[in-house]
Design a protein around this ligand. Structure first.
Ligand code: ADP
Length: 252
């Protein structure tokens, strides 16, 4: 019935909401735990105060994530003409502290580029990809984020690529990458990032592809392809299917 269908949809949304929050809140929550531990064990009031200040910042991040998640799930996927340059810039900024800490240099090309998508969702997808890239470089490296315009068989796309010089993705785990809860990060991972990211990209009529190599020079590049013209033009384009069927994994 209609109502059963509506309830199923509500459950799907609730599940996605929970999954998003669990994934995004995990890192700052862990940081908060560490900082509180340090506060408890600090040797001076000054030291305790500086840890407490950092803890307050992490708390602010958690609250921001929760608010943003709620906002974007209340008004789901309203696509709009969006400047991807701005999205990239704001997503990268979230990780600046972590990158400094890890000696990761950033190379960002984020010129103003318009695409038709839901800004909140694509930003979330970018945050997931950048977070993974940084996780793959525990001992430093380079993060590249760039936007390029590509035309494939007559259809126009804005492509956002997030690339790292990390260890790469081993062949054995590639088939599981987009599976819910698949993670190689133990209790630090949720295995929800790529699953969510692909879902978000598809909901925005885009495609997600990646290339990765584990031999030197190793690294991984994920690309989000978004229609850079109005959606109606795309629906009428026969080329979309061709792109859909192309091999996703390259490299090695
Ligand atoms: P999580 O980050 O919580 O593990 P994801 O779904 O985002 O969940 O990623 C699943 C797995 O894919 C990761 O645990 C990791 O093994 C692999 N992965 C994703 N992105 C990269 C990357 N840029 N470099 C190397 N491995 C990656």
């Amino acid at each position: 019935s209609d109502e059963a269908l509506r309830n199923t949809e509500k459950l799907a949304v609730a599940g996605r909401l929970a999954a998003t929050m669990a994934h995004e809140v995990n890192n700052p929550l862990e940081a908060l735990g560490n900082l509180l531990f340090l506060v408890e064990n600090s040797s001076s009031i000054d030291e305790a105060r500086s840890f407490a200040q950092l803890a307050t910042q992490e708390l602010g991040r958690i609250s921001e994530i929760v608010q943003q998640t709620l906002r974007f799930h209340r008004a789901p996927a309203k696509p709009d003409l969006t400047d991807l340059g701005e999205l990239v810039t704001s997503a990268v900024a979230l990780f600046r502290g972590k990158m400094l800490e890890r000696h990761i240099s950033e190379h960002v090309q984020a010129r103003r580029t318009l695409a038709y998508c839901s800004a909140g969702e694509i930003r979330q997808a970018l945050v997931n990809l950048i977070g993974n890239a940084i996780d793959a470089m525990p001992n430093g490296g380079q993060l590249f984020v760039r936007i390029t315009q590509v035309t494939q068989r007559g259809a126009h796309y804005a492509r956002i690529t997030v690339a790292d010089t990390g260890s790469g993705i081993r062949k054995e785990i590639r088939k599981n990458l987009f599976t819910q809860f698949f993670t190689t990060k133990g209790s630090r991972g949720t295995g929800l990032g790529l699953w969510l990211t692909r879902d978000i990209v598809h909901r925005n009529r885009g495609r997600l592809r990646y290339r990765s190599r584990t031999t030197s020079p190793s690294g991984t590049a994920f690309s989000i392809y978004l229609p850079s013209t109005a959606p109606l033009d795309l629906v009428q384009s026969p080329n979309l299917h061709t792109i859909d069927q192309r091999r996703v994994v390259g490299g090695d």
